[in-house]
Design a protein around this ligand. Structure first.
Ligand code: 5GP
Ligand code: MG
Length: 174
């Protein structure tokens, strides 16, 4: 039986989301964006972030990047399971919404694919970052909170598909 210890409370998450939204609003100065949320982990963060943004959103898309399994370490293989049609990217300000960046493998696989489709700009927002685990360099525009090398669950993040429903973020001890 694993233990969960509270890492980021609901209230703290709300503050982090508001702060991110303000920074994003300032940068886009009212220009519209296309939001691309990476499933499944970012579904709750995306729902909260888009409601906190004043920046107009043309479109919200969801894509799946899987480096999966019932493991707490990434498998090293990334599958983009539902690529977007190029006309959804061309000329758009793309804001990629991610739950957590770990090795950077997922986003470094997605990045060239987005860039090859002629976006006006691409920025990345992540709720959480584990900088000590980075193996693939990527430039992240907005980071909600950097954390140590914990495996975290809750607020959309799973372990073996469980715990996504928890309203706060917990470290999971094996
Ligand atoms: P990366 O490709 O950067 O190594 O991993 C990114 C993805 O792995 C995240 O978007 C997330 O889906 C998953 N991941 C990385 N660290 C954690 C974690 O601590 N908890 C959970 N639930 N998923 C994680
Ligand atoms: Mg993710």
């Amino acid at each position: 039986m694993s233990t969960l210890s509270l890492l980021i409370s609901e209230t703290e998450i709300a503050t982090i989301v508001q702060t991110l939204a303000q920074r994003i609003d300032q940068d886009y100065c009212g220009e519209s964006i296309t939001a691309i949320a990476i499933l499944k982990g970012s579904f709750i963060f995306c729902a909260d972030l888009v409601r906190a943004l004043k920046t107009p959103i043309n479109r919200i898309e969801f894509i799946s990047l899987a480096s999966y399994g019932a493991q707490t370490k990434s498998s090293g293989q990334v599958m983009i399971t539902n690529a977007l049609a190029p006309n959804l990217i061309r000329g758009q300000n793309i804001l990629v919404i991610e739950d957590i960046i770990d090795t950077g493998l997922s986003l470094s696989a997605l990045w060239p694919q987005l860039q090859s489709q002629g976006p006006r700009s691409v920025k990345i927002v992540t709720l959480l970052d584990k900088p000590s685990r980075r193996q693939h360099a990527i430039s992240v525009d907005y980071i909600g909170r950097s954390i140590a090398d914990y495996f975290v669950v809750g607020y959309g993040l799973d372990f073996d598909q469980k715990y996504r429903q928890l309203p706060a973020i917990y470290g999971r001890e094996p």
